[in-house]
Design a protein around this ligand. Structure first.
Ligand SMILES: *[C@@H]1O[C@H](CO)[C@@H](O)[C@H](O)[C@H]1NC(C)=O
Ligand SMILES: *[C@@H]1O[C@H](CO)[C@@H](O)[C@H](O)[C@H]1NC(C)=O
Ligand SMILES: *[C@@H]1O[C@H](CO)[C@@H](O)[C@H](O)[C@H]1NC(C)=O
Length: 334
């Protein structure tokens, strides 16, 4: 390992401070001089860059940066450390962008202690003020059975002209909605069927446009499609009376792309006899044995993605109801 002159100079300062039995962190490190935002037009995926503080120009090999930014979608501050002077993150362009960067010096330049700048450099960028009223409210996407991704929006001004654009990191530039859905002649949704989107990747979406009164405030969203799955309903369960007045309930996963191991199930058991009762049971498997209650027992099932396959999911619709009477005959009418 070789030290240049400036390295030695700082080591000397460090040595002197340490030998005087002060805390080694008494060395002052400047924060970056300025922060800049580069918007490549990817609907909120921004590149943040910052400059090297002039006082540390000779210590680049020992420098790291601590970047703190307000994650507008998660509503919290995110903190990362980076050796490079660029970082990309996702922002809602209709909210304030807040970024703070500290300098961190460590390694042989500081005899392996870690020294962070006391101050940070901050950038706060306000959203563009343009737009009379929101383009849309109640924006919602559902990935039906992992096959048909459909986004819809509501509450748009009458006679407005709306557009939807999207981007993810496999696209060079934003693309327009492949197939619009219309309500009373106004675009009210987008159907991505036949235009697959990547999973476990942020997909950025923007709905913008204008009304006869002028431009509207765009709506930005960033989502990962695996968290918006709504499985198709399952087939009606099949039922069989087994010994000790119990009922075997069996069903199969919906046809299509949703993997069976990703599903959790809710089974609703209703019975009619002396009095009406209803009880639900949760399970990961596709069969259950439940005690018969009363004279007629009915079952219906629904599913959603379990926590091993997605952070969130929507329940499917209930399957058709299957019923069985204690008279041992399966009765599929309802
Ligand atoms: C560097 O740190 C080590 C361990 O903390 C210590 O023994 C050594 O004296 C230090 N060297 C200097 C030059 O301060
Ligand atoms: C930190 O910022 C404050 C206020 O801007 C300033 O007075 C102080 O000197 C700065 N400290 C360092 C170590 O740069
Ligand atoms: C809507 O957003 C797209 C993508 O950023 C942009 O190209 C287009 O000009 C915008 N349209 C309106 C009406 O604001």
């Amino acid at each position: 390992m070789s030290f240049n002159v400036a390295d030695r100079a700082l080591m000397m300062v460090f040595l002197i401070i340490c030998m005087e039995e002060l805390h080694c962190s008494a060395i002052q490190v400047d924060p970056p001089e300025e922060i800049n935002i580069i918007d490549p037009g990817h609907l909120g995926h921004l590149d943040i860059t910052w400059s090297l503080p002039a006082s540390l120009i000779n210590f680049q090999e020992c420098l790291r940066y601590q970047v703190e930014y307000f994650n507008t979608y998660a509503q919290r501050w995110d903190v990362i450390q980076a050796p490079q002077r660029i970082y990309s993150a996702q922002f809602d362009l209709m909210k304030d962008i807040q970024i703070r960067v500290y300098t961190v010096l460590s390694g042989h330049c500081t005899n392996n202690s870690v020294i962070k700048s006391v101050n940070y450099t901050e950038l706060v960028q306000k959203p563009p003020g343009a737009g009379r009223g929101d383009a849309v409210k109640h924006f919602e996407c559902v990935f039906h059975n992992m096959e048909r991704m459909i986004c819809k929006w509501e509450k748009f001004p009458a006679k407005s002209q709306l557009f939807m654009y999207y981007w993810h990191n496999k696209l060079n530039k934003t693309e327009a909605c492949p197939k619009y859905i219309y309500t009373n002649g106004v675009r009210s949704g987008c159907d991505f069927t036949g235009k697959p989107l990547p999973d476990f990747t942020d997909v950025n979406i923007c709905v913008n446009g204008s009304s006869p009164e002028g431009p509207l405030r765009p709506k930005y969203t960033s989502l990962q499609i695996q968290n918006y799955v709504k499985p198709d309903p399952a087939q009606k369960p099949s039922l069989a009376l087994v010994q000790d007045a119990r009922i075997n309930v069996d069903w199969t996963k919906p046809h299509g792309k949703v993997p069976g191991h990703c599903l959790e199930w809710e089974v609703k058991h209703t019975s009619e006899g002396t009095q009406y009762q209803s009880k639900t049971t949760h399970t990961m498997s596709t069969s259950l044995i439940l005690p018969a209650v009363g004279v007629k027992n009915c079952f219906t099932v629904r599913s959603k993605l379990n926590k091993y396959c997605a952070t969130t999911s929507m329940w499917s619709e209930w399957s058709h109801r299957a019923c069985i009477s204690s008279g041992n005959k399966s009765d599929s009418k309802f």
